[in-house]
Design a protein around this ligand. Sequence first.
Ligand code: FDA
Length: 307
Amino acid sequence: MLGPVILAASRSDRMRRLISAAPVTKQVVDRFIPGETVDEVVPIIEELTGRGLELTMDVVGEDITTPEQAAAARDAYLQLIDRLKDLELGTEAEMSVKLSMFGQALENGHELALANVRPVVEAAAAIGTTVTLDAEDHTTLDSMFAVHEELRKDFPQTGCVIQAYLFRTEEDARRLAASGSRVRIVKGAYKEPASVAYQQKAEIDKAYVRVMRTLMEGEGYPMIGSHDPRLISIAQELARRAGRKLDEYEFQMLYGIRSDEHLRLAAEGHRMRVYTAYGTDWYGYFMRRLAEKPANLRFFVRSMVSK
Ligand code: FDA
């Protein structure tokens, strides 16, 4: 029951101001967002890749309101890519981007977001790596898929995300699998109405399995974004049945969540990519992590009252 309330708060400016200003928030935030600057996050990148993990880097931020903020988001990614160049990690460190941070909701937002994300994809390709377009709320997805298709004309390795909770996703999965795309499947983290999305966990999980099957049997590169042990073992079985080798799909999990499992899967020979977010505009990302697990919220509230 708490999840939808927290997700509603994730879009509230008043809550954003309150929670961001609370002195103890930072300690709890650090568990999921291990730095605010590139300098703070480079040692984390080195540590995780040194342990056999791969990364997808997210500069936190979304729902910006001016073209200047969108340009700043683009520049933040370009700065990150510049630092990654020296680390020579290639596809071991790719980027995840949210188009709302690149201006998608502003006037002429589709064109603006495409114009801002293209230099990031070009810079990533120049250092031998890729970009994946995150999936945000359902109203943004037609634009995201159109940007994805446009970028793939020049950069076929550009990936995108699909969300199992949406009714539309099985059809999106079939189209993307047939086109040979890199596709991350996740359950979905936004508050969506019953007119477009499954609301029950069991239904979402079943849809997730159907989509995984489509991706594993298709021509593309499936990226299994989940911490759910049941779905991870079903993914392994589907991959085996589809005749995929260990490097023909990958697992992805979020930094700070089930870290032992990251290492276990990597030790088994799987490609294991850790979604690592950093930056100062962490509010929306942080609130979605609280919404996913009520125990996180209890921990957060306890640390506030014990101060
Ligand atoms: P589920 O929520 O059932 O969790 C399974 C288990 O994992 C839990 O029982 C718990 O042990 C652990 N767990 C999960 N979340 C936790 C948390 N926050 N804190 C502590 N433990 C937790 N969504 C989206 O809409 N668009 C996107 O682009 C992305 N991108 C993305 C990338 C990657 C790499 C991942 C892993 C996830 C996303 N997501 C996302 C988020 C996704 O939609 C979903 O909300 C979370 O992954 C939680 O769902 P699980 O599949 O982990 O299952």
